[in-house]
Unconditional design. Structure first.
Length: 292
């Protein structure tokens, strides 16, 4: 068996003899419970760290040609045999991004999700791993302070805006400066804490709707954006069979047809139907049309 750097024997986490109840476990966590929670979180951090360490190990094996085994095995065969059929494109991506992931972890004090790493990579390519790590950490902690979870789509939108500012700039130094400046000054760079404070200053309280339908519509819009982002994943597109693509497309259309029949009722006004025009020819619901 291969060496196991993170196992149950190395983990200070144990199951209780009796499950805690609201009567036996209530109020703030005590010091012992805080230590147990921190140990539980080690599993999450270990999984994310292991991802970029895999990229590092793949680069070592490839550059030292350790994959050759008896002298005849190819790189592709090595990936098939030792990494459960890992594609060469995914192996290339892992080797390309592990340095950024390591740099962010040092800057942030914790590993970032792989989905965030994918969206942040274009920013690092146009500036540096250090600058990308600094910018990401700033964005992450601002969201934490504002009580808002940072999601991959938000990272992607920030990166797109920043990268667009350097379009046509050939000088590497000037390009890096333009991208960094756009990240800092773009209107979309307003942090959650700033936004909440601005809303509170205007009305006394944050302008957030309490209507659950509005909350569901926000989730729908996030889901729509996630699907759009997923369809742009080139590696997944290459690996996807035509049957899988058709199944996924049918599922999207089915969801669109279901949503087109939803009714939103309200007292004292006529029923409002979700406009069937909010569903495009592929059956994808346009959340902006639904909200409009």
């Amino acid at each position: 068996m291969r060496a196991q750097p993170f196992t149950m024997e190395h983990w200070g986490l144990t199951l209780p003899d009796v499950d805690a109840t609201p009567e036996t476990a209530n109020g703030p966590l005590d010091e012992h419970e805080q230590r147990l929670l921190a140990e539980a979180h080690r599993a999450v951090d270990n999984a994310r760290t292991a991802r970029w360490m895999l990229g590092f190990s793949l680069e070592v094996v490839r550059r030292r040609r350790l994959y050759r085994g008896d002298g005849t095995r190819t790189w592709e065969q090595y990936l098939q045999q030792e990494h459960d059929g890992l594609s060469t494109s995914e192996a290339d991506r892992l080797q390309k991004t592990w340095r950024l992931a390591q740099t962010v972890q040092k800057e942030l004090g914790r590993p970032l999700p792989d989905s965030h790493l994918r969206k942040l990579q274009p920013y690092a390519e146009r500036t540096s791993d250090q600058e990308a790590a600094r910018a990401y950490a700033e964005l992450y902690w601002a969201h934490q302070k504002g009580g808002v979870r940072l999601v991959a789509n938000q990272v992607q939108q920030r990166v797109k805006k920043a990268v667009a500012a350097a379009k046509g700039v050939s000088d590497p130094v000037e390009r890096s400066q333009a991208v960094s400046a756009a990240w800092t000054t773009a209107p979309e760079a307003v942090m959650p804490t700033q936004r909440v404070e601005a809303e509170r200053g205007q009305s006394g309280t944050p302008s957030r709707s309490s209507d659950p339908v509005d909350g569901a519509l926000e989730l729908l819009n996030v889901a729509r954006q996630a699907i759009e982002n997923a369809t742009e994943d080139k590696a997944a597109r290459k690996a996807r069979s035509s049957e899988e693509a058709q199944r996924q497309q049918d599922a999207i259309r089915r969801i669109g047809r279901i949503l087109s029949k939803v009714k939103v009722d309200a007292d004292a006004i006529p029923d409002v139907n979700v406009d069937a025009g909010a569903v495009d020819e592929d059956g994808i619901v346009d959340a902006e049309l639904v909200e409009g």
